[in-house]
Design a protein around this ligand. Structure first.
Ligand code: UN1
Length: 502
């Protein structure tokens, strides 16, 4: 039988990544079995310093390459990602524990953002405005900011990084990537494919740098004034450290932090649709998406029926090693995640919650080194603290409401503001949910769950989620600086505001 080690090595090689490591001081572990697979090389402080220096140097040439030619590199990356979809998805499955369908979906997000970014490379539009002065033209031009530092999390080890990288590159920036130390093989695979794309297009491979290691390597990016923009995905706690440090040097930051996303189900909702949307959003990816649905706010008139069908659906979820294709719920990333889940469930019970299903550890192959759990549904009283906290595990807290206004208030009464959903057939309720007084999140959906956003829209959230927007729409502007240009083509020098001088 092919071992996980052999699978990982073969996938790395197929992506054109190195499989030879000299120091071997960073162990890659798989949550599927808990075993260590490969001992890769962690970047030293000096190597990270050099990576930033190389990216800064490469930027001086890369910014002069016409944007559509930069787009050609990203186009090639997208082609290679299509060709090696299964290879990279295998690495994602091995390191993040996803089902193959979700792991391939993650690589598909990379392909989609490449397509999007290629188009964007011909659409870095600036406005032209009428000048108040005769013989003058007023316009704005957009320029790259320089080196973009990308710090990414374990749960989407390659997709979220690619949103940043594909757009940053077409905008003319160079990139230094510090992936999660829990997903270094996926990072090596994605980096290998991008490097090939750059070389295939006869461009400079120094435009993309990979730095592997623990948090200190990311901190180097945060504190280095040559890193013009730090784009970081992770916990709110991490964001609270990153933002003031980057701001202190007047750098830019783009944050995508925690989510504590809710779905509202109103009396008119189609419960069959709601059920599927809720179960995928709450239990999919073992609750380890920033967009995972963690709170369900359901009208009391439909609560019993809906909760009954959710519990039934949870009973049918297959939990286990996702190399078995019938498995829908894979492992949690590590023991700390399982402990956090158990702690949250105990707190929920202490606050009057009732566990309706799930919450227990599942031993797969009698292996104590991997951490599988049953997704949990917990009925909570209206007032409780635990529902305000994001626990990165599959716990769905169910709350009931009487008036729509009350539902909106409960919905917004948490510190985080990433994604949200309403299930309703009532147009007024749907519109209210999307209005200024409705959901306070960066993403607000009607009749679909909170997770599984497409790359075409801007992705990100408000409040403790950090305020950043990545991926589609006009998120590209975060990776560029704007210059306002006034051009005088007349023979006079009139001053603005009619000022007279000399
Ligand atoms: C994340 O969990 O950090 O919307 C990103 C989604 C995915 C991206 C999730 N497209 O669920």
């Amino acid at each position: 039988m092919t071992t996980l080690h052999d699978m990982a090595t073969a996938a790395l090689a197929a992506c054109g990544a190195t499989t030879e490591f000299t120091r071997g001081d960073l162990l890659s572990r798989t949550p599927l079995t808990g075993e260590n697979l490969l001992a890769v090389d962690a970047s030293t402080q000096e190597e990270t310093e050099a990576a930033i220096a190389h990216a800064a140097k490469a930027f001086r040439r890369w910014r002069e390459v016409p944007a559509p030619a930069r787009g050609a590199v990203v186009k090639r990356w997208g082609e290679l990602l299509r060709e090696h979809k299964r290879d990279l998805a295998t690495l994602v499955q091995i390191e993040a524990g996803k089902s193959m369908s979700e792991a391939e979906g993650e690589v598909q997000e990379m392909i989609d953002i490449c397509d999007f970014a290629v188009g964007q490379s011909r659409m870095l539009y600036g406005k032209t405005m009428p000048s108040e002065r005769p013989g003058h033209r007023l316009m704005e031009t957009w320029h790259p900011v320089g080196v973009v530092g990308v710090i990414s999390a374990f749960n989407f080890p390659v997709a979220v990084y690619s949103w940043n990288t594909a757009i940053a590159l077409v905008c003319g920036n160079t990139v230094v990537w510090k992936p999660s130390e829990m997903c270094v093989l996926s990072a090596l695979g994605a980096h290998g494919l991008l490097r090939r794309a750059v070389l295939d297009c006869d461009q400079d491979p120094e435009i993309h740098q990979l730095v592997l290691g623990a948090a200190e390597r990311g901190e180097q990016l945060v504190d280095d004034p040559r890193v013009a923009l730090v784009s970081a995905t992770g916990s709110t706690r991490m964001g609270r450290e990153v933002a003031p440090r980057v701001a202190a040097r007047f750098g830019r930051y783009l944050l995508e932090l925690g989510g504590n996303n809710a779905g509202i189900v109103t009396p008119s909702a189609r419960l069959d649709l709601a059920l599927r949307g809720i179960v995928f959003a709450a239990a999919g990816t073992a609750g380890q998406r920033c967009t995972t649905m963690r709170r369900l706010i359901v009208h009391e008139s439909v609560a019993e029926e809906l909760i009954g069908t959710i519990v039934e659906a949870y009973r049918s979820l297959t939990i286990g090693d996702p190399r078995d294709e019938s498995v829908l719920v894979g492992p949690l990333i590590n023991e700390a995640a399982m402990t956090a889940m158990q702690d949250a469930l105990r707190q929920a019970e202490a606050e009057g919650g009732e566990i309706l299903i799930g919450g227990e550890r599942v031993l797969v192959d009698a292996n104590e080194q991997s951490f599988y759990v049953e997704p949990a549904v917990v009925r909570m009283p209206a007032q409780s603290e635990v529902v305000r906290t994001e626990t990165f595990a599959p716990i769905l807290y169910v709350l009931t409401y009487t008036d729509f206004e009350e539902a909106l208030e409960m919905h917004n009464a948490v510190p985080q503001g990433l994604s949200s959903a309403i299930f309703t057939q009532d147009q007024a309720e749907a519109e209210l949910f999307l209005s200024a007084g409705g959901s306070d999140c960066g993403i607000a959906n009607v009749n679909i769950g909170t997770s599984g956003a497409e790359i075409g829209g801007a992705f990100g959230g408000e409040k403790d989620t950090g305020g950043g927007r990545e991926s589609g729409s006009d998120a590209w502007k975060a990776y560029m600086r704007r210059a306002t240009n006034t051009v005088n083509y007349g023979g006079e020098l009139p001053l603005a505001q009619g000022v007279k001088f000399l």
